[in-house]
Structures are given as structure tokens and as C-alpha cells.
Design a protein around this ligand. Structure first.
Ligand code: HSE
Length: 441
């Protein structure tokens, strides 16, 4: 009989207690699949005296994460504390340096210190597994690390934040404002009390940095990701997208270009018939364009106790079986420094919504500046402002802004920015233009 894998668990919040319960509930299944059991022998959390449901587990209490990480009895340290600094970082380093494998759901820690931690894991010949850090229960890390090992990637992209996808779905389906949907997301416990991290795209950016490292063999670097969130999206944008055959999703996209690896997070127009466009609500998805085969899309629950615990336990099962894959899919010496493609060089189609002042010459001015930048238009839609019809009877009445929606053919970020700045300087539009990038399929 092989001895069980002995785990120390730091962090007993929603995910930590779900991990303990899952291990207790699936004791026989885990033993059958791994050839040995998994036991949580010791735990730590911020407060000791809280009532928690840990299933059958009656683990020993340890005072703090770093002490638990160095505990002689444990084989593997499970970090569910969160945050890119200490105590999570110190505890993970302590465990790896003591020759213990680590399982973590901590995307912030991995995105910021992944290379340093992978080096420690490699030096001590132990695993650093982080399936739970990206897309909840979806096996994205395993698929990139092991599932498609024989193919190179041209592009990987995904819906990696359930809060944003929930908000965009409700806005689209019920024509509600961003603020109303955000309030509901908070009420339902999807969004954090300070939702900036989710809605401004930073959560997606950390996950994308990890995915890009696994897919392209680059050293993980969250600062190489261009980030824009969804707070400026309006129901009007979603209506226009719908009329043009698109949906708007917050995507994280990593793509190989002639200039290097482009990593970007922004609201994106995706054709309605694509797999990624069908992903609604809090669900997450990741699509892999691997060379030589048709795209693969993985879809599933991206957050919550049960979903995240599923990935933590799967990572523990790998360690119990003795499977050891390099943290970022290849030895550190084979990871390259990321050659970052500058966002100004991004090429693609654009959706542009302008509040054009309704007076003679406005269109000619807009068209001139687009032409000056070699931007070619696929379509133009002008929506009349409420009340006064376009080109109203009285030529002296004050100009009313009228929404104008432009869809461009492929151009560059630089050209679009220059053209819009020139149009703004002419005083023919009110407010800020809305710009949404269109992803090519
Ligand atoms: N805040 C994240 C989301 C959950 O909304 O998807 C965990 O990564």
C-alpha cells in the first residue's frame, strides 16, 4: 500500500474549504485514480476559531503559512491565500526550498514572480502547479502544458473573467447600463467589493500573462500586457454590435506577430457565430489556435469554490501520481525573454462610435482624416438623435450630436489614434470617441 500524499493547506476561505470537502467526498475515487490517497494533515488560515465545514478532514492547526510550508509532515503545500506578496510568496518559497511541491490558485503571485518560483521548483525537482489560477475548473494549463505539446500556437485568447462576461451578457440581453449590471454582480457575489480589478481588466491580464508564457515559451511578464476594461461600454455599443453581426466580449488575446508577442486585454467585437461569442454569463472560455489543427475551445465554470477546488485537487492528483511537468511547460533555460509587440502596431478592424455634430461638413471632415491615415471603411451607420431629424429645417439651430458608427477594414492602432485626434481637433464631434477592436477569425 503506497502512503497517502500529505498536504498542508493555507487559506480556508470558499476555495480552501471546498478543497478539503472534495478530497473527503472523493476519497475512494482519488485513491483509485492515483494509486494512493490524498490527506490534508495540517491547515492554517487568518482566523483559527471560525466555524468551517471541511468534510471529514480533522487537520492539525499551524500558526502561519510559512511555518506550515516548512512542516516536516507535509509533502505538498497548497497555497490559497492570494496576493502577489507575503505571506503567500514567503510561504511558497519556503515550501519549494524545502523540497515540497506547491499547488496554488494565486494568479497574482505567479504572474509577478512566476519565473523566480519556477526556478526554485526546478532547482529542487518539485512541482509548481497552478491550474486553479486561470479559468476555475477549465484545464487550460494542462492543455497548454501537455495536451497540445506537438503543435505550436499562433494565437490563444479567452474570456477569463466571469464578472465581466456576466455584466456584458446582462447589458446585451436586458439593455441595462454597466452600472446597473455591476451592482447585480456585486449583490450576487461575483464581483469584488472593489470591482476595479475585475472590470478594468487587470484580473484577465494576469491570467493572460500566464497563458502567453505557457503557449509561447516566454518568461511571464504582466507588464507586457496592454489593458483596457469594460466600464466605458454602453448598451448602444452592444446594440450596434448586434446589428452588425457581432458580440462584445472582454478578451485576453496573446498572438504571435512579426513584431513579437502581442498581449492585450480589451473589449472585443467577435462575430456572433464563433465559439467564443456563445459563452454567456459567468462562464469562462479559452480558445487555442494551434498550427495544423482547427481551433480548440475549452468552456466551463471560471470561478467559485467547487470549480476552483476541482483544479486544485486535479493538480494534487498529478503530484500524488508522481507526474512532474515544468511550471511553464518547458525548463526555464528554454523560456525566452518576451519580445513585446507594441500596441501601436496592432493591426485589425475597428468599431468607432462618434457623437458627430449634426451640421454640414462634419462627414467630409471625418472622411478626410480617415483617408489621410489610409483607413478604409467597411460600413458607416448614422443614427439620428432623438427629436430633431438629421439636417433639421433650421440651419441656424445649435448642432446636436448624432451617433455615427464606423467599421474599418484592417488598419493599425496608430493610424486610428492619429485620425481620431485630428477629428477631435476639428471640433466636429462631442465627447470621447468609443473604440472597440474587432478580432479576426
Ligand atoms: N474575479 C474572477 C472572475 C474570479 O470574476 O472571474 C477568479 O479569478
Amino acid at each position: 500500500m503506497v502512503a497517502p500524499l500529505k498536504a498542508g493547506l493555507a487559506g480556508l476561505g470558499t476555495v480552501g474549504s471546498a478543497v478539503a470537502r472534495l478530497i473527503a467526498q472523493q476519497r475512494d475515487l482519488i485513491e483509485a485514480r492515483c494509486g494512493r490517497g490524498i490527506e490534508i494533515v495540517a491547515v492554517t488560515a487568518r482566523t483559527a476559531d471560525k466555524k468551517r465545514d471541511l468534510g471529514q478532514a480533522k487537520p492539525r492547526w499551524v500558526s502561519d503559512p510559512a511555518t506550515l510550508a516548512a512542516d516536516e509532515e507535509i509533502d505538498v503545500f497548497v497555497e490559497l491565500i492570494g496576493g502577489e506578496g507575503d505571506p503567500a510568496k514567503l510561504a511558497v518559497k519556503t515550501a519549494l526550498a524545502a523540497g515540497k511541491s506547491v499547488v496554488t490558485a494565486n494568479k497574482a503571485l505567479l504572474a509577478r514572480h512566476g519565473v523566480e518560483l519556477a526556478a526554485l521548483a526546478e532547482k529542487h525537482g518539485v512541482a509548481l502547479n497552478f491550474e486553479a489560477a486561470i479559468g476555475g475548473a477549465i484545464p487550460i494549463v494542462k492543455t497548454l502544458r501537455e495536451g497540445v505539446s506537438g503543435n505550436s500556437f499562433a494565437r490563444v485568447y479567452g474570456i477569463l473573467n466571469g464578472t465581466c462576461n456576466y455584466i456584458l451578457t446582462r447589458m446585451e440581453q436586458e439593455r441595462l447600463s454597466f452600472a446597473e449590471c455591476l451592482k447585480d454582480a456585486q449583490r450576487l457575489g461575483y464581483a469584488e467589493a472593489d470591482p476595479t480589478f475585475d472590470v478594468e481588466g487587470f484580473d484577465t491580464a494576469q491570467k493572460l500573462a500566464l497563458i502567453a508564457s505557457l503557449a509561447f515559451g516566454i518568461r511571464v511578464n504582466p507588464d507586457a500586457v496592454y489593458v483596457e476594461g469594460i466600464s466605458s461600454i454602453t448598451p448602444e455599443d452592444l446594440d450596434a454590435a448586434d446589428a452588425l453581426g457581432y458580440r462584445v466580449k472582454l478578451l485576453g488575446v496573446a498572438v504571435r506577430t512579426a513584431q513579437g508577442i502581442e498581449q492585450r486585454v480589451h473589449p472585443t467585437m467577435v462575430p456572433k457565430e464563433t465559439a467564443i461569442a456563445q459563452v454567456m454569463g459567468v462562464t469562462n472560455a479559452a480558445s487555442l489556435d494551434a498550427e495544423g489543427i482547427a481551433p480548440i475551445t475549452l468552456v466551463g465554470p471560471g470561478a467559485g469554490g467547487a470549480a476552483t477546488a476541482s483544479s486544485v485537487v486535479a493538480d494534487l492528483c498529478d503530484i500524488a501520481r508522481g507526474a512532474l511537468a515544468p511550471a511553464f511547460g518547458r525548463p526555464l533555460s528554454r523560456l525566452t525573454e518576451c519580445r513585446q509587440a507594441p500596441m501601436q502596431r496592432h493591426e485589425g478592424g475597428y468599431y468607432i462610435r462618434l457623437a458627430a455634430l449634426d451640421r454640414p461638413g462634419t462627414f467630409a471632415t471625418i472622411a478626410k482624416h480617415l483617408a489621410d491615415e489610409n483607413i478604409s471603411l467597411e460600413s458607416i451607420v448614422q443614427r439620428h438623435p432623438g427629436g430633431r431629424p438629421h439636417g433639421g429645417d433650421d440651419p441656424n439651430s445649435p448642432a446636436t450630436p448624432a451617433p455615427v458608427i464606423l467599421i474599418t477594414y484592417a488598419t493599425t492602432e496608430d493610424a486610428v489614434r492619429r485620425a481620431l485626434n485630428a477629428i477631435k481637433r476639428e471640433g466636429v464631434i462631442a465627447g470621447q470617441p468609443q473604440v472597440i477592436r474587432i478580432e479576426k477569425y
